[in-house]
Design a binder for this molecule. Structure first.
Ligand code: UP5
Ligand code: MG
Length: 192
């Protein structure tokens, strides 16, 4: 059977990671955050991409798909599991095309989970996380402005592309994590 994937999208700070951990606990999906995979690769001794990744992340720009997609592909293969949440990917046309070229016929896309949250709320969440010591080099106002521009210009068209195919499941992400998860559960319970 082909591995099944759910793409999880939404603005920076919308709560993708938080909800993916909850989904993974309750429904047994493996959580693969593209951002976390890139941050790990950035730290890996001997990585030829470390500096490029750091610069892109700080500037809220998107890393070329060859790098991200191979990290995701490796993580899927290494896990030996069958169901995956791919958190924060695909974020632009390059990501989408790269995925379609290499992974689309090796996986089955179930749907796209889209967390809707206003810019103000998202910015506040990321700034609070930075102030609490996240250590993320992009949890500052300057990077957040860039992350948001990239999200609006590059990622929203990808969400719209999947929406036209009827694949988008929207969730209001402006309420508490528990309330968001209640809505998320309804979507995942309908699966098997
Ligand atoms: N929080 C969460 N839910 C809450 C709720 N309901 N109510 C109140 N607070 C809530 O949450 C963010 C913060 O808000 C946390 O402190 C949380 O406790 C609180 P989180 O769950 O982390 O939200 P998330 O949407 O995952 O936010 P994140 O900052 O991770 O989103 P981004 O999409 O910006 O970050 P990501 O790691 O995916 O990408 C970072 C960068 O990597 C990108 O900008 C890009 O440069 C690069 N990247 C690529 O190049 N390619 C990729 O494919 C992926 C990333
Ligand atoms: Mg995240």
């Amino acid at each position: 059977m082909l591995p099944e994937v759910v793409f999880v999208l939404g603005a920076p700070g919308a709560g993708k990671g938080t909800q993916c951990s909850l989904i993974s606990k309750e429904f047994g999906f493996v959580h693969l955050s593209a951002g976390d995979l890139l941050r790990e690769e950035r730290q890996r001794p001997g990585s030829e991409y470390g500096e490029m990744i750091e610069e892109k992340i700080r500037n809220g720009e998107i890393v070329p798909v060859e790098v991200t997609c191979s990290l995701i592909h490796n993580a899927i293969q290494k896990s030996g599991k069958t169901r995956f949440l791919i958190d924060g990917f695909p974020r632009n046309k390059n990501n989408l095309e790269g995925w379609e070229r290499v992974m689309a016929d090796k996986t089955k896309l179930l749907f796209v989970l889209f967390f809707e949250c206003s810019r103000d709320i998202c910015t506040e969440r990321c700034l609070n996380r930075g102030a609490a010591g996240s250590g993320r080099s992009d949890d500052n106002l300057e990077s957040l402005k860039k992350r948001f521009n990239t999200y609006l210009n590059d990622t929203m068209p990808i969400i719209n592309h999947y929406d036209e195919q009827g694949l988008v499941r929207r969730v209001n992400a402006e309420v508490s994590p528990e309330e968001v998860f209640n809505d998320v559960k309804k979507i995942f319970k309908g699966l098997d």
